[in-house]
Design a protein around this ligand. Structure first.
Ligand code: FMN
Length: 432
C-alpha cells in the first residue's frame, strides 16, 4: 500500500491537458478485506431441518464487493463499452478492460494475429480448441475514447467492479499521468500489465519490466506513490521464478497479484508452406499461449505465488487473482483451492461467449454443495498445504509402506505385545 498523506500535484502536457494541474493522492485507499491462508472447515448452514442454504459466491477483495469471483481478464472481451456492458449484464463479478497506454497511435497490430491448437480430428478445423496463440498488442483505441467509455460504464453500473489495465514506458511522469487519468473516470481498481509477452520490449513495456526485478521495483514504487485505488500487478509466466516479481510488487505497495499472462510460444509450422503461424506476409513472431492447454502451468505458478504470499505476507490483506485456461466451474474451484480470491477468464469468453459466467457460477455452486461449502472463504486455500517437496514425498511413502507392512504382518507372537496401541495390536492378531 502506498504511503500516502501529502497532496501531490503533478503537471501533464498531452491530449489537450497541457499545463493542467491536478491533485494527486492524499486519499486513503479502500479498506482491505481478505483473510489470506486462514484455515477453513466446510460446513453446511441449514435454513431449517434438512434444507440446505444456497452456496454464496459473493466475494470482497481489497474492499471491492463482487457478486461472484469471476472477472473478465484483460483482452478482447474488454475491448470497448458495448462488450463490457454485455459482461455486466450477463453477471460477471468484475471486468478488467483491455490494456491502455497514453499513446494508442504507437500501437500497431497485424492480421492474422491468432492461431489455434486443436485436439482430435487430426488437428483439423473440427477438433476442440485446446490452445490459443495471439500476437495481439494492447489497445490501439485512443485513450480518450476508452476513458469516456469507463466513465459511462461507471455511471450506468455504479455498483459493479470495473478495473483498468494499464501499461506504460519506463517513464515516471507517463505512469503518473496515466494513473491519474484512469482514476478520474471512477474505475474501482487498476491492474498493471507487467506481462505482455510480445511487442514493444524496445519501449521497455510489459514483460520487459515484469522480467526485471530492479525495473519492476522502481516502477511499482512510482505507481504506488500515486495510486489511490487498489493496484494488482499482473505477472508473466515467462520467467524462472514467478515468486520474485510477485514479492517485489507486494513489497512495493501493490494490494494484489494477478497470474498468469500468456506463455511465450510458437504455435506451429505449416507443413505445406513451411512457414510459421500465425503467418503475416510469410513471417511470424513468437506469441502468447492461452486456453485449456495452459491451465496446468497456471495452476503451478499460482500455487508458487500462493505459497510465497502465505508464508511471507500471510498476516496482511493481499489478494491473488488467478488466470489461465478457465472454462468450467471446476477449473475455477482449483484456483480457489490454491488460494485465489478471484478467477479471470479471457480466451474462454472468446470461445464460449459472455453467457459462460452462468455455467461457471452454477458449476462452482455444484462443487460447493458437494463438499458442503457455504462460501468461497470456506475452501479458499484449502489444498495449498498438500504441496511439498519430492524428498518429502519419498519419506512419506516409505513411512506409509512401512506402516502398511506392519499392519499386514500383525503381531507374530506374544512376546511382541507392547501394550501401546493395545486395540490395534489386538486387531492385528485377528485372522481375516
Ligand atoms: C487475444 C488476447 C489478447 C490479450 N490481451 C491482453 C491485454 O491487452 N492485457 C493483458 O493484461 N492481458 C492480455 N491477454 C492475456 C489474458 O488476459 C490472460 O492473461 C491469458 O490469456 C490467460 O488466460 P486465458 O487462458 O483465460 O485466456 C490477452 C489474451 C488474448 C488471448
Amino acid at each position: 500500500m502506498a504511503s500516502l498523506g501529502l497532496a501531490q500535484r503533478i503537471r501533464i502536457g498531452l491530449d489537450g491537458n497541457s499545463g493542467a494541474e491536478f491533485p494527486m493522492m492524499g486519499r486513503p485507499r479502500r479498506s482491505l478485506s481478505s483473510n489470506y491462508g486462514r484455515s477453513r472447515v466446510g460446513f453446511r448452514i441449514m435454513a431449517s431441518e434438512g434444507q440446505s442454504v444456497e452456496p454464496d459466491l459473493s466475494v470482497t477483495v481489497n474492499g471491492l464487493k463482487m457478486p461472484n469471483p469471476f472477472v473478465i481478464g484483460s483482452g478482447p472481451p474488454g475491448t470497448n463499452y458495448t462488450v463490457m456492458k454485455r459482461a455486466f449484464d450477463e453477471g460477471w463479478g468484475g471486468v478488467i478492460a483491455k490494456t491502455v497506454s497514453l499513446e494508442a497511435d504507437k500501437v500497431k497490430n497485424v492480421t492474422p494475429r491468432y492461431a489455434k491448437l486443436r485436439a482430435g480430428a487430426n488437428g483439423s478445423a473440427k477438433g476442440q480448441i485446446i490452445g490459443w496463440q495471439n500476437i495481439e498488442l494492447i489497445s490501439d483505441r485512443p485513450l480518450e475514447t476508452m476513458l469516456k467509455e469507463f466513465r459511462q460504464l461507471k455511471k450506468e453500473y455504479p455498483d459493479r467492479i470495473l478495473i483498468a489495465s494499464i501499461m506504460e514506458e519506463y517513464n515516471k511522469s507517463a505512469w503518473e499521468e496515466l494513473i491519474y487519468r484512469v482514476e478520474e473516470t471512477g474505475i474501482d481498481a487498476i491492474e498493471i500489465n507487467f506481462s505482455c509477452p510480445h511487442g514493444m520490449p524496445e519501449r521497455r513495456m510489459g514483460a520487459a519490466v515484469g522480467q526485471d526485478c530492479d525495473l519492476l521495483e522502481e516502477v511499482c514504487g512510482w505507481i504506488n506513490a500515486v495510486a489511490t485505488v487498489p493496484v494488482w500487478a499482473k505477472m508473466t509466466p515467462n520467467i524462472t521464478d514467478i515468486t520474485k516479481p510477485a514479492r517485489v510488487s507486494l513489497d512495493q505497495g501493490c494490494e494484489g497479484v494477478s497470474a498468469i499472462n500468456t506463455i511465450m510460444s510458437v504455435m506451429g509450422i505449416n507443413l505445406n508452406t513451411l512457414r510459421p503461424e500465425p503467418c503475416v506476409e510469410g513471417y511470424s513472431t513468437p506469441g502468447g499461449y492461452s486456453a485449456k492447454a495452459v491451465h496446468p502451468i497456471a495452476l503451478a505458478k499460482v500455487m508458487n505465488i500462493a505459497q510465497m504470499m502465505k508464508s511471507e505476507f500471510g498476516h496482511k490483506d493481499y489478494s491473488l487473482s488467478a488466470i489461465g485456461g478457465v472454462e468450467t466451474g471446476g477449473d475455477a474451484a482449483e484456483f480457489i483451492l490454491l488460494g485465489a480470491n478471484t478467477v479471470q477468464v479471457c480466451t474462454g469468453v472468446m470461445m464460449h461467449g459472455y453467457g459462460l459466467v452462468k455455467t461457471l457460477c452454477s458449476e462452482l455452486k455444484d462443487f460447493m454443495r458437494k463438499h458442503n461449502f457455504s462460501s468461497i472463504e470456506d475452501f479458499r486455500g484449502s489444498s495449498l498445504e498438500y504441496f511439498t517437496t519430492h524428498t518429502d514425498l519419498v519419506k512419506r511413502q516409505q513411512e506409509a509402506i512401512r506402516q502398511r507392512k506392519a499392519i499386514k504382518k500383525g503381531l507374530q507372537s506374544d512376546k511382541d505385545w507392547t501394550g501401546d496401541g493395545f486395540v490395534q495390536e489386538t486387531e492385528s492378531m485377528v485372522s481375516n
